[in-house]
Design a protein around this ligand. Structure first.
Ligand code: S3P
Length: 447
């Protein structure tokens, strides 16, 4: 669990980064592998699970709900599933730490069970909106109580008599889509979600992989995903790809530190996740996606990233769902590029682990970069080379803000310091040491 003693870290101008690093397993897929394993009948074996705080929170919650979840000595995780509708009432509050995905997807899992569970989290998570999952789940018959503004702690009283619904997502959110599909698994009949903008589809892919009936059609209103409830899910072997959202950090580091070449094996390249790599290519970064292959229903490739002359980029709003977590680190690339970059339609960044729009603006300004926000867009004047740096950045319990500004520091003239990096363990345990093997000069972090 996160410690309360702040762990500062400092990144300084580094020489060319070289080498190969395997980044940890995909966070989104890891949460889903545990949860869907819990709903299968029998034993699911998971290889490459992300062993970060967020995923540990999901594992602990599932254990509290009566599911067997163990890690074997070789690092394989084994889930002893209880079947759809088979969870047991927890005898304590479920604490999901920093993880929005754990909290929101669990609400969906709990929906089809006739007991009450109370969910809470850390200061960051308790500030994030839960209304977006509460509203559709209440339409299915779930009863909830939350703090003002739909904030956690939230109590969820499910029912074994759920109503299937058709729901049009008001915000492009894979977490909301997944919560409804997981609830729909417990309802008799067909539950549909229509997403006007395509979001990551790991839940759909994994459900199809373990035997659920999933139908996907393109309609005038967007993509309609329909799940047929009350299936018997078959346990399987799941191989979790390396997380493209974590690969983003060494990839951008390689892009902004002159002369770098970094290799990143077996990274997920699901098109719903690769907006950052596409954008870096538009900026002039040379990215090869070698040995493209399938890993349990997810496409993966070995990435090779080489620094190039970086030019500014306009990122259209439509691309946001495919790179929603990558804007902070893309901002580091934009700060080093030649010209004015604009990221459009990124209002969702205000409700992530912190207000990331504000964090990017404040952090870049502290590093001497001209930057401003206009409603839901951000404008960054690139420095056409190393930014001044020298900023002292507050991470605000946000792992991606901490990592993004450490990456920026590798290219800056003066060192960049982060006040507390402990939340990096939520998604990328060993980040500082991993970056060190490439030649990144980052000091501090865990004592
Ligand atoms: C996630 C979806 C995204 C993303 C988060 C993980 C998921 O959130 O930001 O880190 O695993 O479904 P939203 O669904 O809120 O966009």
């Amino acid at each position: 669990m996160p410690s309360s003693t702040p762990q500062p870290a400092t990144a300084k101008h580094s020489g060319p980064l070289q080498g190969t690093v395997t980044v940890p397993g995909d966070k989104s897929i890891s949460h889903r592998a545990l949860m869907l394993g819990a709903l299968a009948v029998g034993t699911t074996r998971i290889e490459g699970l992300l062993e970060g705080e967020d995923v540990h929170a999901t594992a602990a919650a599932l254990r509290a709900l009566g599911v067997g979840v163990v890690r074997e000595v070789d690092g394989t995780w084994v889930v002893d599933g209880v079947g759809v509708g088979g969870l047991a009432a927890p005898d304590n509050v479920l604490d999901l730490g920093n993880s929005g995905t754990a909290a929101r997807l669990l609400c969906g899992l709990l929906a089809g069970h006739g007991f009450t569970a109370i969910l809470t989290g850390d200061d960051s998570l308790r500030d994030r909106p839960m209304g977006r999952v509460i509203t559709p789940l209440e339409a299915m018959g779930v009863r909830t109580e939350a703090r003002d503004g739909g904030r956690m702690p939230v109590s969820v009283t499910g029912t074994d008599d759920l109503l299937p619904i058709e729901y049009v997502l008001p915000v492009p959110s894979a977490q909301v889509k997944s919560a409804i599909l997981l609830a729909g698994l417990h309802a008799p009949g067909r539950t549909s979600v229509i997403e006007p903008a395509a979001t990551r589809d790991h839940t759909e892919r994994m459900l199809a992989h373990i035997g659920a009936e999933i139908e996907i059609e393109d309609t005038a209103d967007g993509r309609r995903i329909t799940v047929t409830g009350q299936p018997e899910l078959t346990p399987s072997e799941i191989k979790v790809p390396a997380d493209p959202s974590s690969a983003a950090f060494p990839a951008v580091a390689a892009a902004i530190v002159a002369g770098s070449e970094v290799h990143l094996p077996a990274v997920g390249i699901n098109p719903a996740r690769t907006g950052l790599f596409d954008t870096l290519e538009e900026m002039g970064v040379d990215i090869a996606r070698d040995n493209q292959r399938d890993a349990g229903g997810e496409p993966v490739a070995d990435l090779r990233v080489r620094a190039g002359a970086l030019k500014a980029v306009i990122v259209p709003a439509e691309r946001a769902p495919s790179m929603i977590d990558e804007y902070p680190v893309l901002a580091a690339a934009a700060a080093c590029a030649k010209g004015r970059s604009v990221f459009e339609g990124i209002g969702e960044l205000r409700v992530k682990e912190s207000d990331r729009l504000a964090a990017i603006e404040t952090g870049l300004a502290a590093c001497g970069v001209a930057v401003w926000t206009e409603d839901d867009r951000i404008v960054i004047e690139g420095c056409d080379g190393p930014p001044p740096g020298g900023g002292h950045i507050s991470a605000n319990l946000d792992h991606r803000i901490a990592m993004s500004f450490l990456i920026l520091g590798l290219a800056c003239e003066a060192p960049v310091t982060i006040d507390d990096v402990h939340t990096i363990d939520t998604s990328f345990p060993g980040f500082i040491a991993t970056m060190g093997t490439l030649g990144a000069e980052i000091s501090g972090g865990a004592p």
